[in-house]
Design a protein around this ligand. Structure first.
Ligand code: FES
Length: 208
């Protein structure tokens, strides 16, 4: 399999992925293997990330998926290029997906974008930093607006971000650390800062 950044000449699922494939196919009705196309794309992308350090789906992987699910390759290309979560070109070790949709924009996503650019040297969307560590992508609502602005790094959501917390996060990633995801202000999920103000007890207290 190819190093990060180079398109491989061939692709096959490794033993770890094959174990997952058996589980995936078992979830769908017999005779309808094409239903497994999306999870197999995800699996191929994760295998590429694990093996090469760049989580993306090359065409040879799409061809292999087409063979495994019994469809023409174009059917897999159509799906892979439709969904933003599939990377059809190489990405850095850390894929920074910055939400700039209205709620995040109103809460300061531009600061997050500028901080990412300063810390990585990346100028344009879809660009990868010179050291191969970061790729920056602009995304629409990530469904976590209640903790806007949101920066997704690979599978993790970092929330309530600003310039300072973004620079701190990227510096930690460069050192090889993985800060805990969630609200960088320490909010419990989407509760107010300082802790929940309602539903603070699980016990039932009947009205007098
Ligand atoms: S607008 Fe950014 S998470 Fe919804």
């Amino acid at each position: 399999m190819a190093r990060q950044g180079a398109a491989p000449d061939s692709f096959s699922f490794d033993a770890e992925s094959e174990a997952r494939i058996a589980v995936i196919f078992a979830k769908y009705p017999a005779g309808q293997p094409a239903s497994a196309m999306l999870p197999l794309l995800d699996l191929a992308q994760r295998q590429m990330g694990r093996v090469t350090g760049s989580a993306w789906v090359p065409i040879v992987a799409m061809d292999e998926i087409a063979r495994r699910v019994g469809v023409a390759p174009i059917r897999v290309y159509e799906v892979a290029t439709f969904y933003l979560m599939f990377n059809t070109s190489p990405v850095g070790k850390y894929h920074l997906q910055v939400c700039t949709t209205t709620p995040c924009w109103l809460r300061g996503s531009e600061e997050v974008v500028h901080a990412c650019r300063r810390a990585t040297g990346i100028k344009d969307w879809k660009e990868t930093s010179a050291d191969g560590m970061f790729t920056m992508t602009e995304v629409e609502c990530l469904g976590a607006c209640v903790n806007a602005p949101v920066l997704q790094v690979n599978d993790d959501f970092y929330e309530d971000m600003d310039a300072e917390s973004t620079e701190r996060l990227l510096a930690a990633l460069k050192r090889g650390e993985t800060p805990p995801p969630g609200s960088v202000k320490g909010r419990q999920t989407s509760a107010p800062e300082g802790g929940p103000a309602t539903l603070t007890s699980l016990s039932f207290e009947p009205a007098e």
